[in-house]
Design a protein around this ligand. Structure first.
Ligand SMILES: Nc1nc2c(ncn2[C@@H]2O[C@H](COP(=O)(O)OP(=O)(O)OP(=O)(O)O)[C@@H](O)[C@H]2O)c(=O)[nH]1
Length: 310
């Protein structure tokens, strides 16, 4: 979630009266979702929009609160959602077990609303800080687009997703042409401005939800295009090359043009269990190397009939 949006709390309890009391207390300050059993709670938590906090009853008829918590901890998407257990007054053992399993806190029934509000506020404040930190460590400080760490995570995630769906995955490695002479002649801070502008243009050019661009390091960028086969990926790569040409950033020392240009290497495959993700990246790297050798300011793609991954 965005750190400024209203945070979402999922209340899970098989007793409708408990849901009503908690919902009324919390809905003034937070977005509230509810579930009357563990199965429904997991569906909501693993859905499109993950909640920021779960208030989770322990004793429920189908799957109990412990099992819900264990299931949340097993998925990357849900493992860091904080959970506050709801227990009976005599539930010291329940509390201990819940905390050992990774619950952040507990509240007791019958509810004391100011205590509930304070405990919820504390956990959400921590969650907000954790979200902000997570965002900061994934963003490149100079260009403000995702960094190498974010790329590594996104790549593995998309690789796995495309493996399951047997969908094509394209990758573009991008490098600014003759950037060393740019820095040497115009100065490092002008070089930084170019990196920012290139990053901004590349990001703005990618239109589809799953498309992902990151600064890979130095003057190198990387793009992942999930569910995109080679012909469409070439089209996207050409549009990326063009948007940098259109910026017309003067660069007298570029061997390819009088302005800043980029070279792009493009590879594609249908991911499989027996393929290593790095092989796709190596292939894109090789294509980038060819683009440089063949004169820069161009896209070189793995030939459409080169099913290197078969
Ligand atoms: N200004 C600036 N320069 C950077 C940054 N990171 C890497 N560079 C520079 O990017 C340049 C990369 O140069 P090279 O890898 O030699 O390649 P090139 O001059 O771009 O030549 P080709 O790739 O063959 O077109 C080096 O001079 C690095 O110092 C950065 O954050 N800011």
């Amino acid at each position: 979630m965005s750190v400024t949006a209203k945070q979402t709390i999922l209340i899970v309890d098989d007793e409708p009266l408990n849901i009503k009391v908690l919902g009324q207390a919390l809905s003034g300050s937070y977005r509230v979702k509810t579930a009357i059993n563990g199965t429904r709670a997991l569906e909501i938590a693993q859905g499109e929009e993950t909640p920021d906090l779960l208030l989770l009853d322990i004793q429920m008829p189908d799957i109990d609160g412990y099992e819900v918590l264990l299931a949340l901890k097993q998925s990357d998407r849900t493992k860091s959602i904080p959970v506050i257990f709801i227990t009976g007054r005599d539930g010291a053992e329940d509390e201990a077990r819940g905390l050992e399993l990774g619950a952040m806190d507990y509240i007791t029934k019958p509810f004391n609303i100011p205590v509930v509000m304070a405990r919820v506020r504390n956990q959400l404040a921590l969650k907000q800080k954790a979200d902000l930190l997570e965002k900061l460590v994934s963003i490149d400080g100079l260009t403000e687009i995702p960094n190498r760490r974010a790329f590594d995570e996104a790549f593995i995630r998309e690789w796995r997703r495309c493996t399951r769906a047997q969908a094509p995955l394209s990758m573009i490695m991008i490098d600014i042409d003759c950037f060393k002479p740019y820095n040497d002649n115009y100065g490092h801070s002008k070089g930084d401005e170019v990196l920012k502008k290139v990053a901004e243009r590349l990001s703005n050019e990618l239109k589809r939800g799953g498309d992902f661009v990151a600064r890979y390091g130095g003057e190198e960028f990387v793009v992942i295009l999930p569910e995109t086969e080679i012909h469409s990926a070439v089209y996207v790569a050409e549009s990326l090359r063009n948007t940098i040409v259109e910026a017309q950033i003067p660069h007298k020392y570029n061997l390819a043009a009088d302005f800043v240009t980029i070279s792009l290497g493009l590879a594609y495959c249908i991911p499989r269990e027996d393929l290593e993700p790095i092989t796709l990246q190596n292939k894109a790297d090789k294509m980038l190397y060819r683009a440089k050798n063949e004169g820069r300011n161009q896209v070189v793609a793995v030939p459409a009939d080169d099913n290197w991954f078969d």
